[in-house]
Write a protein that binds this ligand. Structure first.
Ligand SMILES: [Ca+2]
Length: 438
């Protein structure tokens, strides 16, 4: 390990204020942002390291020098203050699990249960990321046939599933997945609708396919929700191209889209009529939304999104709004380097809440009904990283409390309230877990 690689190594774990302040802010293609790939630690940091390097070299052998240099760099990091942990000022402390419930596995052995939807007979449809759509009845799983082939790479695969609000009348089921359809190698997120007949998907209609295909494995989204007026919203992440996609309305990715239920574009979508834009876009600057839900009180669409390191957000989705990625963020790059110094900017919608450190949110549900009196009217968000369900307590549109539920359950991918009023979680490696209050 040489000095520079040691420096990179410890910078993953430690932030050094005097280094960060002197980072050379090479401008990216987007005004007001810094291209993370071009972040350069300035000569002040390097010279300091190099001085230690020389000092060591004069006194010890080359073998020892390498080790001492690394130790010295860690010592600098330590002496420069305990500035390594990301801290959110005045954050709402998360309360411990009260455990006034039991957990019951209602469908077991599902690797990555991505989305859950209930048929009118109370049985469940569950997407498994690798491309299997399960029909679950009384705990037993049957694979639905004729599911489109998914492009499984990285975070891509078979994603969300939602029934049409008038499913009982029209039978439409909506599914998002990553698809290699169209030109170019790789894949991108696609939305279809289909009907279910004799255990098989039929009448499959393609409603939207993001372009271009890419072999990048990041940030496909995706979640689907209908609002009270019958419009369909779905998310596509920025596909690992943060400086290319989310702020460009002519490109897919880093957006939340709004369509009519047949895939046509609503005439009042915010960017309709603008030359070259993707007219299905409803909001932009969204990094990677893997939780969307309709607020049962206001009817508004809420979404959370993965931030970079720190800075996962909850946003209320407003027509035509820019949610800022990567122009503003509360997070930093995974290596600790700065993306932008800005956390807010005129014309950019602020999150109603953000998490530092990131919880890696997936799945989102509002609690209604009377099964869980303490949770009613509040929001549930799954955490992949910390492996619990977070109860986000609300007063109107303001977050006023946080509480852990199902602590240490595993990577929590999906949470929905079933038509029976119970909360169901999709947990990686476990399956579908029901929360039964005591
Ligand atoms: Ca934002």
């Amino acid at each position: 390990m040489n000095i520079l690689s040691a420096q990179n190594y410890y910078s993953r774990y430690f932030k050094i204020p005097f280094c960060r302040k002197h980072q050379s802010k090479t401008q990216s293609t987007i005004p007001g942002t810094v291209n993370s790939k071009q972040n350069l630690v300035d000569t002040y940091c390097f010279n300091l390291s190099f001085t230690i390097f020389k000092f060591n070299f004069l006194q010890i052998t080359i073998n020892h020098m390498r080790n001492i240099a690394i130790i010295s760099l860690f010592a600098i990091a330590f002496l420069s203050g305990s500035c390594n942990a990301q801290v959110k000022p005045n954050d709402i402390a998360i309360k411990d699990d009260v455990k006034n419930y039991k957990l019951e596995i209602v469908a077991s052995d599902i690797a990555i249960p991505w989305g859950i939807a209930w048929l009118p007979d109370g049985t469940m449809l569950v997407t498994e990321k690798s491309g299997v759509l399960y029909h679950i009845k009384n705990g037993s799983k049957t694979e639905i046939k004729n599911v489109p082939t998914v492009y499984t790479r990285g975070q891509g695969g078979l994603l969300d599933i939602v029934l049409h609000p008038d499913y009982a009348k029209n039978g439409w089921i909506y599914i998002t997945y990553s698809s290699d359809e169209g030109g170019g190698t790789g894949g991108n997120t696609k939305l279809i609708r289909a009907k279910l007949l004799d255990g098989s998907l039929t009448q499959i209609e393609s409603l939207y396919k993001a372009t271009p295909n890419t072999t990048k494995g990041q940030h496909f989204g995706s979640r689907i929700v209908f609002d009270n007026d019958g419009y369909l919203y779905f998310s596509i992440g920025e596909r690992g191209e943060e400086f290319v996609n989310p702020q460009d309305l002519k490109r897919d990715g880093g957006k939340i889209y709004r369509l009519n239920d047949d895939g046509s574009i609503p005439k009042d979508n915010p960017f309709v009529g603008q030359a070259g834009v993707k007219e299905a876009i409803y909001t932009y600057g969204n990094r990677n939304a893997q939780g969307i839900a309709k607020n049962p009180v206001t009817g508004a669409i809420w979404a959370h999104e993965h931030g970079p390191k720190g800075g996962d957000e909850i946003n209320i989705i407003k027509k035509g709004a820019n949610y800022g990625w990567p122009v503003v963020t509360f997070g930093v790059n995974y290596d600790g380097s700065q993306i932008t110094a800005e956390t807010e900017k005129k014309g950019i919608e602020k999150p109603i809440y953000y998490w530092v450190p990131s919880i890696a949110p997936s799945g989102m549900a509002f609690v209604t009904g009377d099964k869980y009196p303490d949770w009613k009217g509040h929001l549930l968000v799954g955490s992949l990283k910390f492996q619990y369900l977070e109860l986000v307590k609300l007063k109107g549109n303001t977050v006023i409390g946080r509480q852990k539920i199902a602590t240490d359950i595993g990577r929590l991918r999906e949470v929905r309230q079933g038509p029976d009023g119970f909360i169901y979680m999709g947990v990686e490696g476990k399956g579908i877990v029901k929360i039964i209050p005591n």
